[in-house]
Design a protein around this ligand. Structure first.
Ligand code: FE2
Length: 294
């Protein structure tokens, strides 16, 4: 089916008033998700060894080609060779300069990424899906300036993503003392959201600025345990956060998928609340081609 010609009559999320948004959020969390039906769980670790190693090699290649380092070192030891100005987090977005080097990749990286998308289509998701056009590459270093900005508990839905998506997170460094990534179940997420009457902005405000609530979220969440060579898939409604790294650099890639069947049923048009205000539509956040057209 040519999805580019599909006409959706969608309501823009930003046009809903506060009460309608809360009702929509509550309904979203009340349903059994596509992810839960597919995996019978809120989260799952699955093997993707060949692809994880390919991604790892790609990051190593880009580190030298972008002149971040003159030679290849193990990714988990990168912090030993780079300065604080690259590892420090900015206050507004909690992003470090090191990760921003990877906003742009190249054709070879895209080829590796599209091979991974085909693997997901053939082995994991048994139907066509839309996928994030540009995967998010993150590099977090231990003892970074402003590391106390983390944790920042959230679900991507709180920042405008469609709840019909699901998340895939791939570690490209070994777990060592922990990946610095924690997550709640859907039920735990519901319990926390209920305290804010499903007002996402209020939740994010407290999780970001109220240290005791942030500590509470930490106590509820559990550490992501995927080993290098595995990927961690989760229901997009799960509240999660990065945590400061202790001893090693953690490199990871995350992407979001949206099954075509879900996309076709969506009645709301979603737009990101971040700097780019990106639209979650084909040819915008998602690649212009779906998995089966790639
Ligand atoms: Fe997230």
């Amino acid at each position: 089916m040519d999805t580019s010609t599909l006409q959706h009559k969608k309501v823009k999320l930003e046009c809903l008033n506060a009460e309608e948004r809360r009702a929509h959020a509550k309904e979203t969390y009340a349903q059994k998700s596509y992810f839960q039906t597919l995996f019978n769980a809120d989260e799952v670790n699955l093997s993707c060894k060949e692809h994880a190693l390919q991604f790892q090699a790609e990051i190593n290649r880009l580190v030298t080609e972008k002149n971040i380092l003159p030679t290849i070192v193990s990714l988990e030891s990168m912090h030993q060779y780079i300065g604080d100005e690259l590892t420090a987090y900015d206050f507004t977005h909690g992003v470090n300069k090191l990760s921003s080097y990877f906003y742009q990749t190249d054709d070879h990286f895209k080829k590796v990424y599209h091979q991974f998308i085909r693997f997901l289509r053939n082995e994991i998701v048994k139907e066509p899906f839309l996928f994030q056009a540009t995967p998010t590459i993150r590099l977090h270093c231990p003892k970074a300036i402003n590391a106390n900005l983390y944790p920042r508990y959230h679900s991507d839905i709180f920042y405008g993503h469609p709840p019909e998506e699901f998340n895939i997170w791939i570690p490209l460094t070994p777990k060592l003392g922990g990946h610095g990534f924690s997550i709640m179940s859907v039920d735990e997420s519901k319990t926390e959201l209920n305290k804010f009457n499903y007002d996402f902005a209020e939740f994010v405000g407290s999780a970001t600025h109220d240290r005791s609530f942030s500590a509470h979220c930490e106590s509820v969440a559990h550490a992501v345990e995927a080993n290098l060579g595995e990927m961690f898939l989760f229901d997009s409604r799960c509240i999660h956060s990065g945590e400061p790294l202790k001893e090693h650099t953690r490199v990871s890639i995350d992407i979001r998928l949206l099954p075509l069947s879900q996309y076709q049923k969506m009645t709301v048009e979603y737009r990101g609340t971040g700097r780019l205000k990106i639209l979650f539509e084909l040819g915008h956040c998602y690649h212009e081609l779906n998995s089966d057209q790639l």
